[in-house]
Write a protein that binds this ligand. Structure first.
Ligand SMILES: [Zn+2]
Ligand SMILES: [Zn+2]
Ligand SMILES: [Zn+2]
Ligand SMILES: [Zn+2]
Length: 397
C-alpha cells in the first residue's frame, strides 16, 4: 500500500514541478539534493489522507478539494517536508501549492455565504468543473460511499460526461469554453437559498434550476422521492449537465425556447440513455413534475417502435417546432428517437452542425436541408424504416 502510494505520489510531484525543476535531473550542473530518507524527493506523501490520497491527486483529475485543503498536517499540499534533507525548491513548491489551495477554498466559501458553515459540504475543482456537494452517504454498486469520496466520484462522472459529449459531437475545446458550476445538496433548504441566487432563476420550490448559455450553472437537491438512489441521482445530473454543455457549445444559446425543444430534450435524453440506460428526467419551465411521473419506465425504444408500427408517431413537422415545455411525454420519447436515428445513421459532427444552425435561428426546414439534404417531410420515411430495423417492439430498451 505504501509502495503504491509512493509511486503514485512521485508521478504527482513530477506533474506538480515546474519545467525547470523537472528538468533538473537531466541537467548535470543543476544542484541536486540527494537524500536516502526521501529518495531525493525532498518530501513525503501526507499520511493523514489514508486511502483517499489517490482521489486528491491531479493525475486523477483533482485540482483542489476542500477536505484535503483543511488537512491540519499538509494544508492541501498533500505532502510533508523531509526533515533529513534541505531541498529548498521542493519546499517552495509545497508552500506554493498550500497557499493556492487555501486561497481557493477561502474564495469558494466567501462565494457561498448561505452554506459556509455546513460541515458536510465538500468543494472540488477539476479541469472543467467547480462542484459543491453535500449529498448523504450513498450505496454505489454494493459499497456505501461517504459524502467526500462520493463528491470525487461525481466530479469524475461529470468530467467523463463532458468528454463523452465532446467526442460524440466532435466538438473542439475552442467551442466549449464555459466552466461547469454544479451544486448538489442533501437538503432542500440549501438549494432553495443558493439555487436561485447562483442561477438568477427559479423558485425556492424547485428540485433543480439551471442557468444556460454562456454560463453553465446547475443547482439541485436530492429529493429522495424522485431520486431514491445513486443511479437516479446520476441520471438526473447527466440529463441536466448535458443541457449545460449543449447550451454552452458555441454559439452559446439555449435551444429549448427557440422552437427546437426536440433537440434540447432529445439530446439530454440521449445521454441519459447512453450513460444510465434509461430516460426519466423531463424539463418543464412551468409545470412541476409529480414525483414518479414519467413515460414507460424510462425505456423508450419499444414504445417508440410500437408507436411507429401503429402509425401514431407525431409528424416531424409538428414535433420540430415545439419549445421544450410544450413537449408531451410521448414527444420526449419521439425526440429521443429522432436524435438516436440521426446520430446512428449520420454521425455526431452533422448533428453538431444542425445544432449550430438551429442556434442561429435558421428554420428547421432549411437547417435539415443544409445538413442532411432532408426536410421535415422526407425525414419521416427513413426514420420509420430505421426504427423498424433497430428497435424491437418487445425489448425492454
Ligand atoms: Zn530527504
Ligand atoms: Zn478530497
Ligand atoms: Zn494532509
Ligand atoms: Zn431536460
Amino acid at each position: 500500500m505504501i509502495a503504491r502510494s509512493l509511486a503514485v505520489f512521485s508521478i504527482w510531484l513530477a506533474g506538480l514541478l515546474p519545467v525547470g525543476l523537472a528538468a533538473q535531473e537531466g541537467d548535470p550542473q543543476a544542484p541536486k539534493v540527494v537524500c536516502r530518507m526521501c529518495e531525493s524527493r525532498g518530501c513525503f506523501p501526507c499520511t493523514k489522507h489514508g486511502k483517499l490520497l489517490d482521489l486528491e491527486l491531479p493525475e486523477n483529475g483533482t485540482v483542489f478539494c476542500s477536505v484535503a485543503t483543511v488537512c491540519k498536517v499538509c494544508g492541501g499540499s498533500l505532502a510533508t517536508d523531509c526533515k533529513t534533507c534541505d531541498n529548498v525548491p521542493v519546499q517552495e513548491q509545497l508552500e506554493q501549492r498550500r497557499k493556492l489551495a487555501q486561497e481557493w477554498l477561502a474564495a469558494r466559501k466567501k462565494s457561498l455565504p448561505e452554506v459556509e458553515d455546513r460541515k458536510e459540504l465538500v468543494h472540488i475543482k477539476t479541469a472543467h468543473l467547480d462542484l459543491s456537494f453535500s449529498i448523504k452517504p450513498t450505496t454505489v454498486g454494493k459499497t456505501k460511499i461517504d459524502t467526500h469520496p462520493l463528491a470525487h466520484l461525481y466530479a469524475t462522472r461529470l468530467e467523463e460526461l463532458r468528454t463523452l459529449y465532446m467526442t460524440t459531437f466532435e466538438v473542439p475545446e475552442t467551442d466549449l469554453t464555459g466552466r461547469l458550476e454544479v451544486y448538489m445538496f442533501r437538503d432542500a433548504q440549501d438549494h432553495a437559498q443558493v439555487g436561485p441566487r447562483v442561477t438568477g432563476i427559479g423558485t425556492s420550490q424547485s428540485t433543480g434550476v439551471k442557468l444556460m448559455g454562456v454560463e453553465c450553472v446547475f443547482s439541485m437537491w436530492q429529493d429522495l422521492r424522485q431520486m431514491p438512489n445513486d443511479e437516479a441521482l446520476h441520471r438526473n445530473l447527466v440529463h441536466n449537465v448535458t443541457h449545460l454543455l449543449l447550451s454552452n457549445t458555441k454559439p452559446e444559446q439555449f435551444l429549448g425556447n427557440r422552437k427546437a425543444g426536440w433537440i434540447d430534450e432529445g439530446v439530454a435524453h440521449w445521454f441519459e440513455d447512453k450513460v444510465t440506460g434509461k430516460c426519466t428526467n423531463f424539463c418543464f419551465e412551468e409545470v412541476l413534475m409529480q414525483p414518479g411521473a414519467g413515460f414507460k419506465g424510462g425505456r423508450w425504444r419499444a414504445p417508440v417502435r410500437r408507436m411507429v408500427d401503429a402509425g401514431e408517431d407525431k409528424s416531424f413537422a409538428e414535433l420540430s417546432i415545439l419549445n421544450t415545455d410544450q413537449l408531451t411525454f410521448t414527444d420526449h420519447a419521439l425526440a429521443f428517437a429522432y436524435v438516436d436515428f440521426l446520430l446512428a445513421t449520420q454521425g455526431g459532427a452533422k448533428f453538431r452542425d444542425l445544432v449550430k444552425l438551429a442556434k442561429r435561428d435558421q428554420p428547421m426546414r432549411e437547417a435539415l436541408q443544409t445538413v442532411y439534404g432532408l426536410n421535415p417531410l422526407t425525414i419521416v420515411a427513413p426514420f420509420r424504416q430505421w426504427v423498424k430495423e433497430n428497435y424491437s417492439p418487445l425489448e425492454p430498451r
